[in-house]
Design a protein around this ligand. Structure first.
Ligand code: CMC
Length: 395
């Protein structure tokens, strides 16, 4: 049993070689294909980021126009999806619905089922990036009982998502450029993050040669958890609870609970396996938060004030300082999403929409790697020694 390295939680095991995303956790640095996240979030949009992740380079104007055209060609989903969606309860969690809907895509496209075929992978990649906003918006419309809005391909990727979320057949949704830009930035900041739990899940699932849509559905399922993508929803719920308890005045009391290991209470949106410094995405998200709140005249948003107060205490408190716990991407993203009008239970679905680009890029990279093998971890066996089955009457 001593033959294998035992590394629970993969603290020191590299599961693959990858050339996509680089994180320097001590410096708090994040690069997609060598480009700093700050520059991508400021100078590029999500379509350019997707192109970068998938093909390795930022597009030139022609490549960008072609790529965007290709994506917009695939924004609709099969009408049958409506019937599948109808099987869910109206109060189903959007991530439960998304796990189902993305998995269901694998039943529709017989020209993109073979993960080992580069053409199949390519078309599956485009379909997934194109259809995720449509599916998230459909899940939302279903839960509130409104008709689905078809995608509008003259809008930007983010603008189209806002349209499908908030327009109705009786009323256009006028897309505010500031909100559209903020949402696009949320997408870029969430696009990839090397071998996190959901990406590793997608790789492991895909390594068996399964259908590419099914592999991404596995990623959606993993992302749902509050230790991972579900932290944005959990963080906003936490802020709302503190607000109900009395707001900024109760921050000290709440922090005592967080520091008490027996309480089971964590400061959601804080801490990271890799970052032992400020998560650069959190910094950008905080800036975006300020811009969006200013645009909407919500500078005094109580939840933003609360988040700032929690962060201030945490950055000075020995509990957090000694453990190198800093805000992560989820700490401010919920406040931005909420200001845009996205309801809390949908936050993680928006994360999944954006992360689909990274998942698919990582899946492509894995299958294209000549050293790729099915992922098959070993174990240290701790169970019973060999023994004989007794007849049931004598047990
Ligand atoms: N609040 C209070 N204490 C914390 C927190 C927190 N948010 N995060 C870590 N700690 C403590 C933890 O209890 C442990 O203390 P000790 O050494 O005394 O046992 C120490 O800090 C190290 O933490 P860990 O749990 O061993 O670290 P990990 O790398 O296994 O977990 C994490 C990382 C992100 C799961 C964890 O920090 C956490 O649960 N954070 C809250 C949830 C969250 O915000 N998740 C989002 C992650 S970022 C993006 C994403 O994936 O969505």
């Amino acid at each position: 049993t001593g033959m294998f390295t035992y590394d629970p939680g993969f603290l020191s095991t590299a599961s693959c070689q990858s050339a996509i995303t680089y994180i320097d956790g001590d410096k708090g640095e994040l690069l997609y294909r060598g480009y700093p996240i700050e520059q991508l979030a400021t100078n590029c949009d999500f379509m350019e980021t997707c192109h970068l992740l998938l093909y390795g380079e930022l597009p030139n104007p022609t490549q960008k126009a072609d790529f965007t055209k290709l994506v917009t060609n695939h924004t609709m989903v099969n009408e049958q999806m409506q019937f599948f969606l109808r099987g869910f309860r109206r109060d189903a969690h959007p991530m439960a619905i998304m796990t189902g809907l993305v998995g269901a895509l694998s039943a529709f496209y017989h020209d993109s089922t073979d993960i080992t075929n580069p053409q199949h992978r390519e078309i599956a990649a485009i379909r997934l990036i194109a259809k995720m906003p449509t599916l998230v918006a459909m899940a939302y419309k279903y839960t509130i009982g409104q008709p689905y809005m078809y995608p509008k391909n003259n809008l930007s990727y983010a603008g189209n998502f806002l349209h499908m979320m908030f327009a109705t057949p009786c009323e256009e949704y006028v897309v505010s450029p500031v909100l559209e830009r903020a949402l696009d930035r949320i997408f870029t900041l969430h696009a990839d993050h090397e071998q996190n739990a959901s990406t590793s899940t997608v790789r492991l699932c895909g390594s068996s040669g399964t259908n590419p849509f099914a592999a991404i559905a596995a990623g959606v399922a993993c992302l749902w958890g509050p230790a991972h993508g579900g932290a944005n929803e959990a963080c906003l719920n936490m802020l709302t609870d503190i607000q109900k308890m009395g707001g900024v005045a109760k921050v000290g009391e709440f922090m005592e609970k967080v520091k008490d290991k027996n309480s089971g209470v964590k400061l959601m949106g804080f801490g990271h396996r890799v970052y032992k410094n400020y998560d650069p995405r959190a910094k950008l998200m905080q800036e975006t938060c300020k811009e969006v709140l200013a645009e909407l005249g919500l500078e005094n948003d109580p939840l933003f004030k609360l988040a700032m107060a929690l962060e201030k205490i945490a950055l000075e408190d020995d509990y957090f300082v000694s453990r190198k716990l800093y805000p992560n991407v989820d700490f401010y993203s919920g406040i931005v999403q909420r200001a845009i009008g996205i309801p809390t239970p949908l936050f993680t679905a928006v994360f999944a929409l954006a992360r689909t680009s990274g998942w698919i890029a990582q899946l492509n990279e894995m299958i294209g790697d000549p050293e790729y093998k099915i992922g098959r971890p070993r174990q240290l066996f701790t169970g019973s020694v060999k023994r004989d089955v007794k007849p049931i009457a004598t047990r």
